[in-house]
Write a protein that binds this ligand. Structure first.
Ligand code: PMT
Length: 406
C-alpha cells in the first residue's frame, strides 16, 4: 500500500473496550507517513490514558472543549482545519447517535461539525446494539451525509457474544481507510462514479454443531473480482463476504459474515442508498434446523439432519419497494440458460450471469470461468477466461445496462 506522506489524520477515540486498539492504529498510520492528532471523549479516558496517545502521536491529546491551556495551543477550530481526514475509531453507539443528531456537546462532536474533512467511522459495540434499529437509523443518516462506515467485523466479542459489531483490526482499518480514500479520489472518473454498489461473494457456512457446518465450494474469487472491477469503474463498493482466504480488493469496503442469515442481515442493514446490487455469493438455500451446542458424538450408525430454508437475499433485495439495479448469478449443472431465464423472470432481476458449475472447467474455485449474461431484451456470451478479466467485462456490461436504465 503506497503511504500518503503528509496526510493529517484527526483520530477520535470514544469510550469502548476497542479503545486499546486505537493505540496500534496511531502507530500504523504514522508508519504510512500520516501525521496523527488524537481527540478522546471523556469516556475513552477510562479505557486508555491520554498519555499513551500523546507518546504515540507526538502531539498533545485533547479531551475537553473548554481547556484553556489546550486552546492556547491549537484551538479546536484550527484543529478542525488541520485535519485532512477524520477517523473515529472506535465509534461507540452513543457517539454515532450524537453525530447523527448533530450534537456538539464535547470537543469531538464539535470538531466533527467544524471540519470540512471527509469523515470515516469504525463502529465498535455489542452485536445486539449494532442490530438495534436506532443504531442502524443513525448510521443510515450519517451515510446519507457521505460518512464512510468502515466495518464492523463479525466474530467473538469482549462481552462473550458472537456476531457483527467488533471494530475492524487496526491493519485492516488503515488499509480500508487509505483504499476507501483512494477510491473516493479515483471515483472522479469512470462510468460508475458516485454510484454506491454492493456485492455478495463467497460461500456461507451453516452450523451443525460447534465443530461442523454445511458449506459449498465457492472460493469467493468471482465475487471479489466483480467487486474490484466495479470499484475500478468508479463505484463505491461494499463487499459482503462469506469466509474466504482472499485479500480485500483495493478500494472496496469489506464486511465479513459466516451464515446465510448473517449475510442476509448484513445486506439488508446496508442496502439503503445502494443503487447497484450484484449477488455472486453461493448462499446456502438450507441450514440445519437444530444445530446442537455440543460436538455430535459418533454413536448411531445413521445420523439424519433436518434442513430448513434460508432467506433468499437476492429475491428480497429485488422485491424492495424501490429496488437497486439487481444482478444475480445462476450456478447450474444442466439446462443452464433455461434455469437462468427462470430466475431472471421469477426474481424480477435486471440481469443474470449464468455459469455452468460441476464440470471440468470454470465454476467454483477455479481461476477461469465463462458466463452467459441475460437481461429481459438481450444476452451476451462471455467465453472462458480468467475470472479477473471476466469480471471486468461483466462490470462494463453491467455499467452499460445500468446507465441505460437510469
Ligand atoms: O466463488 P468462486 O469459487 O469464484 O465461484 C463462483 C461461483 C460459481 C460461486 C459464482 O460464479 C456463482 O455462480 N455464484 C452464485 C452461486 C449460487 O448460489 O447460485 P444459485 O443459482 O444457487 O443462486 C441464484 C442467485 O441467488 C445467486 O445470485 C445467489 O447469490 C442468490 N441467492 C441464492 C440463495 C439465497 N439464499 N440467497 C441468494 O441471494
Amino acid at each position: 500500500m503506497v503511504p500518503i506522506p503528509g496526510m493529517n489524520i484527526l483520530l477520535g477515540v470514544s469510550g469502548g473496550i476497542a479503545a486499546y486498539k486505537a493505540a496500534d492504529l496511531v502507530r500504523r498510520l504514522r508508519e504510512r507517513g500520516c501525521a496523527v492528532r488524537v481527540v478522546m471523549t471523556a469516556a475513552a479516558t477510562a479505557f486508555v490514558s491520554p498519555l499513551t496517545f500523546q507518546a504515540l502521536s507526538g502531539h498533545p491529546v485533547r479531551t475537553g472543549l473548554l481547556d484553556p491551556a489546550a486552546e492556547a495551543g491549537m484551538d479546536h477550530i484550527e484543529l478542525a482545519r488541520w485535519a485532512d481526514r477524520v477517523l473515529l475509531a472506535p465509534a461507540t453507539a452513543d457517539l454515532i447517535a450524537r453525530l447523527a443528531a448533530g450534537l456538539a456537546d464535547d470537543l469531538l462532536t464539535t470538531l466533527v461539525l467544524a471540519t470540512a474533512a471527509p469523515l470515516y467511522l469504525a463502529p465498535a459495540m455489542n452485536q445486539q446494539m449494532w442490530r438495534h434499529p436506532a443504531t442502524q437509523e443513525n448510521l443510515e443518516r450519517l451515510r446519507r451525509r457521505g460518512v464512510q462506515v468502515l466495518g464492523p467485523g463479525v466474530g467473538s466479542q469482549a462481552c462473550g457474544e458472537q456476531g457483527p459489531g467488533r471494530m475492524l483490526e487496526p491493519a485492516e482499518l488503515v488499509t480500508t481507510l487509505l483504499a476507501a480514500d483512494r477510491s473516493a479520489t479515483k471515483a472522479a472518473a469512470g462510468p460508475l462514479a458516485g454510484v454506491r454498489a454492493m456485492v455478495t461473494a463467497g460461500p456461507t457456512r451453516e452450523p451443525l454443531d460447534p465443530v461442523r457446518y454445511l458449506g459449498n465450494r465457492s472460493s469467493g474469487r468471482m465475487g471479489y473480482a466483480v467487486a474490484e472491477a466495479l470499484a475500478g469503474l468508479g463505484a463505491a463498493v461494499t463487499l459482503i463476504s462469506g469466509p474466504t482466504a482472499l485479500p480485500t480488493p483495493t478500494g472496496v469496503l469489506r464486511v465479513d459474515v459466516e451464515t446465510a442469515r448473517e449475510m442476509h442481515s448484513a445486506v439488508l442493514e446496508r442496502i439503503a442508498g445502494v443503487s447497484l446490487f450484484v449477488a455472486a455469493a453461493a448462499v446456502a438455500d438450507y441450514r440445519p434446523a437444530d444445530p446442537v451446542p455440543q460436538k455430535i458424538k459418533k454413536v448411531e450408525a445413521e445420523l439424519v439432519v433436518r434442513l430448513v430454508r434460508n432467506p433468499d437475499i437476492l429475491a428480497e433485495v429485488a422485491a424492495q419497494p424501490s429496488p437497486p439495479f439487481t444482478v444475480g448469478f445462476a450456478a447450474e449443472t444442466d439446462q443452464v440458460e433455461d434455469h437462468a431465464l427462470t430466475k431472471l423472470r421469477t426474481k424480477r432481476l435486471h440481469m443474470i450471469a449464468a455459469n455452468r458449475v460441476g464440470g471440468a472447467v470454470g465454476g467454483f474455485e477455479r481461476n477461469d470461468n465463462a458466463l452467459t449474461v441475460l437481461w429481459p431484451d438481450g444476452r451476451r456470451e462471455l467465453p472462458m477466461m480468467p475470472k479477473t478479466q471476466l469480471a471486468r467485462e461483466l462490470a462494463l456490461l453491467i455499467a452499460e445496462r445500468y446507465v441505460a436504465s437510469s
